[in-house]
Write a protein that binds this ligand. Structure first.
Ligand SMILES: O=C(O)[C@H](O)CO
Length: 410
């Protein structure tokens, strides 16, 4: 097998192990929801997959359901559920109409009823009933995506402008109970931040939100300034929450596959969160240090890096991480570095991530591509496309951050 074939198998095994199916079923097995009505609301990039697993187990016991997921992430009908595909990372009209359908479904429930609430990352954009105009929200989302704010900072801001985030959806469900199953795509699994915590008491405060707005110099309208002052729910009494999967699972599955392929695996971290290009360059320095090793090694780093945009190109954090490692591994013996988003979408592209090996830098140079300039332009997609370095999986059905793997084959 070539290094690229090893990479493909590691990506596929890791993502398969991180699918939410088993975890959702485990959280639901043996669970009774009493005599009342049971309805389902699923949101996020793994929303369809989670809803499907719940339906497989509970079938017609679920009276009705609404699933709001990203475009191209729904894989067919599920019972009588309403399935809406919507905009991500910037919410669109479908995000709003799907969320309205969910609100209509839960609004009149009684205290014997239960909302089975399935939450996954991507939910902040996909599940939204804004307290500001769609244009204001889209403008704000654009600012947040470009300013380099991390996800906790972004969601601390987003909650203030939403009728469903920061625990407010659980308030709409009351007096019905909310049984929430959460697939984490944030390092450390902060339940109030994943998808902006629609059914979890909010730990962030209005003061923190104002501080973040100042830090990133966000342009806010007077209405938005006013909303920043309002507090979100700090206590909810109708919610029970179970967390299912996270990036640790993804890393462990990648390590297991590396071992099967003959590499000695080392999980370096499951909380990688620095600038993407620094992570790539750091991983390539590990390859340099170990180049004289006498057996095959694999170094695995899970988490989610960030990209501070300096150019106007096309790419994503995983593609940028991989490309940033190309110079450091250039010319070493059989070495590869790749990074993928477990959801199958990296940035606004059709790729899940990027792959480079010890020949990539030279190949691109010969084709007239200056890797450093590409990185300055944030244009990793086009460079990787030129050298066959894009990893494409399509929408995977899960969303538990990213995994980067460095392979040294001997
Ligand atoms: O939707 C979101 O807010 C992010 O994916 C984090 O969960």
């Amino acid at each position: 097998m070539t290094l690229r074939e090893d990479a493909n198998r590691i990506v596929s095994d890791a993502i398969t192990a991180a699918l939410p199916d088993t975890a959702v079923k485990k959280a639901l097995e043996g669970r009774s929801f009493g005599p009342g009505r049971l309805v389902l609301v699923a949101l996020g990039k793994a929303g369809w997959q989670m809803a499907r697993s719940a339906y497989d187990l509970l079938g017609e016991r679920i009276e009705a359901g609404v699933v709001v997921t990203k475009y191209q992430h729904a894989k067919g009908p599920i019972g009588n559920f309403k399935i809406v595909e919507a905009g991500h990372p910037v919410p669109d009209e479908n995000s709003f109409s799907g969320t309205r359908a969910a609100i209509d479904l839960v609004r009149d429930l009684g205290e014997d009823d239960t909302v089975l609430f399935l939450v996954s990352g991507g939910g902040s954009a996909l599940f939204e009933q804004p307290l500001i105009s769609p244009e204001e929200l889209q403008g704000l989302t654009g600012q947040l995506l470009a300013c380099g704010a991390d996800i906790v900072e972004m969601n601390t801001i987003r909650k203030r402008f939403s009728a469903v985030k920061g625990g407010r959806f659980a308030q709409i469900c009351a007096p019905a109970k909310v049984f929430s199953i959460v697939l984490s795509d944030i390092i450390g699994d902060p339940l109030d931040m994943i998808a902006s915590g629609p059914a979890y008491p909010d730990s962030s405060t209005s003061d923190q939100a104002r501080e973040i707005a100042r830090k990133y110099n966000l342009t806010l309208t007077p209405k938005m300034e006013e909303l920043l002052l309002q507090e979100t729910p700090k206590e909810l009494h109708n919610v029970e929450t179970h967390i299912t999967g996270s990036v640790r699972q993804l890393c462990r599955a990648a390590a297991k596959c590396c071992e099967e392929l003959g590499y000695e695996p080392h999980i370096l971290t499951a909380s990688l969160c620095c600038e993407a290009r620094e992570a790539g360059s750091f991983l390539s320095s590990i390859a340099q240090y170990h180049q004289d090793c006498d057996h095959s090694l694999a170094f695995i780093a899970g988490g989610e890096t960030v990209v501070h945009l300096t150019g106007k190109g096309l790419g994503g954090r995983n593609q940028e991480l991989a490309l940033a490692g190309a110079a450091g591994i250039a010319g070493l013996p059989a070495t590869a570095l790749f990074s993928v988003g477990s959801d199958g979408t990296d940035g606004p592209t059709d790729a899940a991530g990027g792959y480079v090996d010890n020949t990539t830098f030279e190949t691109l140079k010969e084709a007239g591509t200056d890797v450093f300039e590409v990185l300055r332009q944030n244009d990793s997609y086009h460079a990787l496309e030129r050298c066959g370095g894009l990893i494409r999986t399509g929408a995977t059905g899960t969303n538990v951050n990213d995994v980067a793997v460095l392979l040294l084959r001997r």
